[in-house]
Design a protein around this ligand. Structure first.
Ligand SMILES: Nc1ncnc2c1ncn2[C@@H]1O[C@H](COP(=O)(O)OP(=O)(O)OP(=O)(O)O)[C@@H](O)[C@H]1O
Length: 333
């Protein structure tokens, strides 16, 4: 397993990991649907080894950003850089951009321009995995089978792309064993090992959400994108999700980008929070910075710019709402 990233609490500013060692840079991203600008000239970084949360009221453009990062949408404008290996690698980024190539990989280092890549390449080459707002498991397959299907690619490669390979090649048997071991590892980590042989559709809702994360982790992502992983979870399940995401970050060094309405989850586990409203960035920093930003409070509570607001009072309301329901104005059922 990958060693834990050396983690020191970032405080924001130029020394923050998302500035000095960004695994992902979204640069001047614009996505238009006809006349609607869902995301307008958005730029932010996600730090390597960080949990980065993308938050904002309903319709702010969060899922659209995810869809651009993971190749489901082709952005109208902008560049999305995914980096394997440390640092900004600025020269290589410019070299790949100017060459017209989609990516360049040398040893452990790699630059991937996601806006140029189809979704399957983003998953397999750039190593970006995602889950969806609405669970998308293979309901008729068991939990274990769902995790094995996620590892289909290395198995096909190990078969030498032949049926004979599947039955005869030692490399295939070795890869098959490794796939089973990885699946069992993630079933244990997500507390689903006792349900390994049950159809995914029969699992309780919270267990299905964990299985989705386990499935994404079976592809060995460097960046794990989670679209509202806490939606529909009870407080105990939310707390367990927090622990799972911290484990993924700390023990696997996997960077996490998450969309979440549950402020309890966001504020507890995020190293870095980016806030969107109407497709533009209104705040960017650590939890403390964002929590105290009047722009964020106004966006969540719908306060007009020119209206005077009593910040301490509003903060109390936001904290109470976050503690109670885990949602602000933008919260989902
Ligand atoms: N495929 C599409 N075609 C047209 N409009 C779209 C499409 N996808 C998103 N939009 C619009 O873009 C805007 C941003 O939507 P998006 O789903 O990205 O917001 P969001 O912040 O993820 O919202 P939520 O929190 O409700 O999931 C909305 O006005 C939405 O209606």
């Amino acid at each position: 397993m990958v060693a834990a990233a050396g983690k020191e609490a970032p405080t924001g500013g130029a020394s923050a990991r998302w500035e000095s060692d960004p695994i992902l840079s979204v640069e001047h991203l614009t996505m238009r649907f006809g006349g609607l600008v869902a995301v307008g000239d958005l730029s932010f970084n996600a730090g390597r080894g960080d949990i980065t949360a993308l938050i904002g009221p309903n319709g702010a453009g969060k899922t659209t950003v995810f869809n651009c990062v993971t190749g489901f949408y082709k952005p109208t404008e902008g560049r999305i850089v995914m980096r394997h290996g440390p640092g900004r690698q600025a020269e290589t980024v410019e070299e790949v951009t100017n060459s017209g190539l989609r990516w360049k990989k040398e040893g452990d280092k790699g630059i991937f321009l996601l806006e140029r890549m189809p979704d399957h390449e983003i998953a397999h080459r750039a190593k970006v995995a995602r889950t969806f707002q609405n669970i998308r498991l293979f309901g008729g397959m068991t939990a274990l089978e769902n995790l094995l299907v996620a590892q289909h690619n290395p198995l096909v490669v190990a078969s030498g792309f032949t049926v004979g390979g599947i039955f005869g090649l030692p490399s295939y048997r070795k890869a098959e064993q490794a796939a089973i071991e990885k699946a069992v590892y993630w079933l244990e980590r997500t507390r689903l090992i006792d349900r390994a042989d049950d159809p995914a559709a029969d699992l309780p809702y919270g267990a299905q959400r964990r299985l989705e994360i386990a499935r994404a982790m079976c592809t060995d992502p460097q960046l794990l994108c989670l679209d509202e992983p806490a939606a529909g979870l009870n407080p105990r399940e939310s707390a367990e999700l927090n622990e799972l995401l911290k484990f993924i970050r700390d023990e696997h060094g996997t960077s996490v980008l998450l969309i979440e309405h549950d402020m309890g989850v966001v504020m507890e586990i995020s190293d870095h929070i980016v806030v969107l409203d109407y497709g533009v960035k209104i705040s960017d920093g650590d939890a403390e910075t964002v929590r105290n930003d009047p722009n964020v409070i106004a966006a969540y509570l719908g306060v007009e710019e020119e209206e005077e607001i009593d910040i301490p009072e509003v903060l109390e309301d936001v904290s109470a709402a976050a503690g109670k329901a885990g949602t602000g104005k933008g919260g989902k059922a």
